[in-house]
Design a protein around this ligand. Structure first.
Ligand SMILES: O=C(O)CCC(=O)C(=O)O
Length: 294
């Protein structure tokens, strides 16, 4: 359970770092599992997910290893998403007893050359009517500044959606949103960083001698409907806590997965179904230069 002071901090700032939600031992187990998942995937396909626009942030050739829809790869990491400590905090932040999975992704930022994320909001990738969507980043190892920890723009979620640049990865203009002007959120193994999908965020290059390993879980109130049908993925709609009062979980996803190219009234900025290719979340013609990291 979060304290009232933690909930108040989140409501004011649009983000909250919860220290020690998982123990160092638990985080170490998650880390081993995460690296094994990525190694298995790497043996069969390309797992780099660096945004094309990240190339503008650094001259170094960087890489970012990823896996989407982790629940299809590891029971341990599925249990982590269902852990009461995690879901109770998510429920308090979302402001609903019910917490529904949208999607998740493992990221390994390799040592010395782990890719940055240009500043952006997550909202343009999967807008919802009531903006209940949050991200929770579970840290499997320490993420100090030099490892490219996540950075946020304080209180930015209060301004609502901001127009993004579509070129090379749906990001905010570099001159108006330089990484350096945001608040760095260094974290320890086992800490969890929560933020709204309207919070402007990004992260720097991992220049340290160790990989940065995280799992990001995107969650919503099941009563908060997607504004457009987009960014669908296998497992979307799974209940992590409570119930789905609308009894409609996953109906869009089931329809989409049996349909080659879903269309929404406003087009499909994410290029349709995520997760169709080996469970890695490859969209078709997505705006991130073929790098489906969202
Ligand atoms: O893991 C990071 O450093 C940032 C991830 C991120 O911004 C995202 O996936 O939207």
């Amino acid at each position: 359970m979060l304290t009232q002071a933690q909930v108040d901090f989140y409501r004011e700032h649009g983000y909250l770092l919860v220290e020690g939600m998982f123990s160092a031992e638990e985080a170490a187990q998650f880390r081993v599992e995460a690296h094994a998942v990525i190694e298995r995937l790497r043996s069969i396909s390309e797992v780099d997910a660096t945004w094309t626009s990240a190339r503008a942030v650094t001259a170094t050739k960087t890489s970012l290893l990823h896996c989407h829809n982790v629940q299809f790869h590891s029971a341990l990491l599925t249990r982590m998403m269902l852990d009461e400590r995690f879901t109770a905090a998510a429920a308090q932040i979302i402001g609903s007893p019910n917490v529904q999975l949208h999607h998740n992704k493992l990221f390994i930022k390799p040592s010395e050359k782990g890719s940055p994320f240009p500043m952006h909001q997550d909202q343009p990738f999967f807008p919802h009517d009531n903006d209940s969507m949050i991200a929770a980043v579970v840290h499997f190892d320490n993420a100090p500044l030099e490892k490219g920890c996540i950075r946020v723009v304080d209180k930015s979620y209060k301004n609502g959606p901001i127009p993004h640049v579509a070129d090379g990865g749906w990001h905010l203009p570099f001159d108006q949103y330089p990484l350096e002007s945001s608040v760095a959120c260094p974290a320890k193994a086992g800490d969890v960083l929560f933020f709204s999908y309207l919070t402007v965020h990004g992260s720097g290059v991992n220049t340290s001698s160790e990989a940065r390993t995280t799992m990001l879980v995107q969650m919503r109130d099941p009563e908060d409907q997607p504004t457009i049908v987009t960014h669908l993925s296998r497992g979307q709609g799974m209940m992590l806590r409570g119930v789905d009062p609308t009894a409609s979980a996953g109906s869009n996803v089931e329809w989409s997965l049996s349909t080659p190219k879903p269309q929404s009234a406003m087009g499909d900025p994410m290029g349709g179904t995520m997760g169709g290719m080996g469970g890695m979340g490859m969209g078709m013609g997505d705006p991130m230069g073929g790098k489906p990291t969202m």
